[in-house]
Design a protein around this ligand. Structure first.
Ligand code: AMP
Length: 472
């Protein structure tokens, strides 16, 4: 058996939980389908009926893993949790696919997690020394072992005990034979919402778009540091951590969440559009047409076009039948992926001064290809406007970003980036503009409420493993 690469997977994920609804696994699969943008590498569901747990996990999209009606029929019961996974490094192994399920002293428990723990390696080493045998390389298994060795008696107390030892970003859903539990880390970096199913029963999900697909009513966000327990008596809640100001991930607004989702009571779509408005105010340019890089640039390009009173046109057409170019493993394939995914709409671009709007530049690969394509289609000028500040630092809290040296903005000034990408001008939204778009007065009033470490390197949760490695 080959040893797995030591670099741990950073996970972007989607989670769902269903309690008290016949055909729970089917509802969970629909929820995962709506959350497919949060992870495309693998999917899994664990269900529970009156007698036992059932699980199905597989590599690929939700439709691949649960495409056959028999797949869901094998997961009976009124309760289920599910997970979509996308990890960038480390081998893609079935044993890393969540939910993780284990038999404990108190019975079975399934756990699924979105986010990333920053002390997982440190805890893991300590647990291995104590004799714990790990089956996977995911951070989530640290939770499983901490729950197993906890001296508390109830699942809830054991989970709290585990949560007090981990650091990082985690929105967790757990299912035992009686209860569905949801927990958000004290800073609430990743989202988690509570919904009510029309036929009775409850739902937890990473985003409201997963509630929509099954017709569940949005009840509220699970709050940062809140633990909700759903059982026969309904929903109860407790706050096991001491009160700290929350730091929601601003990149969920910029790119990660689906535009039809509501996060923190705000529409992601409207937020993105407003960022486009602010971007046009800050960085206008004489042009003929505003073109989004689809899909991620569409709402902000609409805002930019409206504010600058220029026509919005689909000058680039996206083929939806290929996965995200970003997830392809080598630069060569990533280049090819861009061509497979986007093509130029000559009728819109030829002879025009074009403003391209996208949400972010990470490595710069996508932008460079797209700019080449737009020029080849006859654009006379190509300007680029980005609805986030420059991405200069990696995320350690669950959004996949490459190491710092591969981030174009970490090693290049904006002018240099413009040259690399091949545009006539390049501008990013300012922090003040970004936070104004999110209804704050300015950056200083807002940035301590968000995690924007990928732009600022202000990491709100201690990077225990990383600091340990640096010292070693
Ligand atoms: P790049 O070619 O590396 O500059 O990729 C930038 C593109 O990837 C942007 O257009 C974004 O829409 C998208 N993107 C940004 N962050 C992520 C992420 N964490 N995962 C997947 N795609 C991303």
């Amino acid at each position: 058996m080959q040893a797995e690469p030591s670099n741990r997977p950073y996970e972007e994920c989607g989670v769902v939980g269903i309690w008290g609804a016949p055909g729970a696994a089917g509802l969970a699969a629909l929820g995962l389908h709506a959350l497919q943008h949060r992870g495309q590498e693998a999917a899994g569901i664990v269900s529970h009926d009156e007698s036992r747990f059932y699980q199905r996990k597989g590599l690929g999209l939700v439709g691949d893993v649960f495409g056959d009606p028999r797949d869901i029929a094998q997961l009976p019961g009124d309760c289920a949790i599910g997970h979509n996974r996308y990890a960038t490094t480390g081998a893609t192994l079935l044993r890393n696919v969540q939910p993780l399920f284990a038999d404990f002293e108190f019975g079975g428990l399934a756990v699924a997690h979105n986010g990333n723990l920053t002390n997982a390696q440190t805890l893991r080493q300590a647990l291995v020394k104590r004799g714990c045998i790990f089956q996977s390389t995911t951070d989530t298994e640290v939770f499983v072992h901490l729950i197993a060795i906890s001296l508390y008696s109830t699942v809830k107390e054991r989970l709290i005990d585990a949560a007090k030892q981990v650091k990082g970003a985690y929105s967790v859903v757990c299912l035992d034979q009686d209860t569905l539990i949801g927990l958000r880390d004290p800073l609430g970096v990743r989202p988690l919402v509570l919904g009510k199913l029309a036929e009775g029963g409850w739902m937890l999900a990473s985003e409201t778009c997963a509630l929509e697909i099954v017709g569940a009513e949005f009840v509220r966000d699970v709050e940062p540091g809140e633990l909700v327990v759903i059982d026969k008596s309904g929903v109860t809640s407790c706050r096991p951590f001491k009160n700290t100001a929350s730091r929601f991930c601003v990149f969920e607004y910029i790119y990660f969440s689906r535009p039809d989702s509501q996060v923190e009571g705000r529409s992601v779509y409207q937020a993105r559009k407003q960022i486009g408005v602010e971007l046009a105010k800050e960085s206008p340019i004489p042009a003929d047409v505003i073109v989004p890089v689809p899909d991620s640039g569409v709402p902000s390009a609409m805002g930019y076009a409206a504010e600058s009173k220029l026509p919005f046109e689909m000058g680039i057409i996206r083929n939806h039948y290929v996965g995200r170019t970003f997830i392809e493993p080598t630069d060569q394939i990533r280049h090819l992926g861009v061509r497979m995914k986007h093509s130029a709409n000559h009728s819109v671009l030829a002879g025009k001064r074009v403003v391209l709007v996208d949400d972010s530049i990470v490595r710069g690969t996508t932008s460079r290809k797209i700019v080449d394509m737009v020029r080849a289609a006859g654009a006379t000028e190509v300007h680029m406007r980005i609805s986030s500040p420059p991405t200069k630092h990696p995320c350690f809290y669950g959004i996949d970003t490459p190491e710092e040296s591969k981030l174009l903005a970490a090693t290049h000034s904006v002018e240099e980036m413009a040259k690399v990408i091949g545009v006539d001008s390049l501008a990013f939204i300012s922090f003040d503009g970004l936070y104004r778009a999110l209804n704050h007065v300015n950056r200083s009033e807002a940035s301590h409420r968000y995690c924007d470490a990928c732009f600022t390197s202000d990491y709100p949760v201690e990077l225990v493993d990383r600091e340990g490695r640096l010292i070693a």
